[in-house]
Design a protein around this ligand. Structure first.
Ligand code: NAP
Length: 180
């Protein structure tokens, strides 16, 4: 059974979460707000499940405990999609270290804002041997002479395209990185 973890799956990645479920993943979603989570759960359908985890990923100890509990109860996680706010600088390292205690291979799709320094971000993470690391950077969409931010739908579509594309490619962009 394929198991995916979506960090921030109730926000701009909501559609991506639902697409993963349609693609026969059991999906676990990390967020804090129960109302937004409920809205997502109401939209889900089919035999494959969406499991909520209510945890603040900036609380290192609780976050690590939730990851270990999740793997023990639901089994190995093959894919993680992570949209993590930059103030929680320990959230991804905590996840990577927690996952390195297990032997299974996994893929981490790290979603980054357009102003992120992708190389610095990659170099700053303790990527373990069992982790294949991918970056998906959010950009802007050209509209006439100007550019606008991506819609949630465009972001989710781009993330799913990255996950289902050529696995040799490690870095993806949705839209153009520089605005007009
Ligand atoms: N270049 C671009 O186009 C670009 C780049 C970046 C952002 N944006 C836009 O910016 C908007 C705002 O972004 P946003 O970050 O608010 O994204 P969002 O995806 O709408 O919301 C953040 C997600 O992360 C969860 N979350 C946040 N902090 C958390 C924490 N400490 N612990 C656990 N879960 C947490 C939220 O759930 P809870 O609230 O329940 O915790 C929610 O699921 C987005 O709508 C997007 O369109 C655009």
């Amino acid at each position: 059974m394929k198991h995916a973890l979506v960090i921030g799956g109730t926000g701009m990645l909501r559609e991506a979460t639902l697409r993963l479920q349609e693609k026969k993943f059991n999906v676990t979603v990390v967020a804090r707000n129960q109302t937004k989570m409920q809205k997502l759960l109401e939209q889900s359908s089919g035999a494959h499940t969406i499991t909520p985890i209510y945890v603040d990923y900036s609380n290192e100890q609780q976050w690590e405990e939730e990851i270990q509990k999740l793997i023990k109860e639901k089994g190995e996680i093959g894919v993680v999609i992570a949209w993590v706010h930059s103030y929680a600088s320990k959230a991804l390292p905590t996840l990577i270290k927690a996952m390195s205690k297990w032997e299974h291979n996994w893929k981490l799709y790290h979603i980054l804002g357009s102003s992120s320094n992708v190389e610095e971000t990659r170099n700053g993470l303790p990527i373990s041997q069992n982790c294949s690391y991918y970056q998906v950077q959010l950009g802007f969409m050209q509209e006439g002479n100007t550019s606008r931010w991506l819609t949630h739908s465009e972001i989710s579509k781009g993330v799913i395209e990255a996950i289902t594309s050529d696995q040799e490619k490690r870095s993806f962009q949705i839209g153009q990185i520089e605005p007009n």
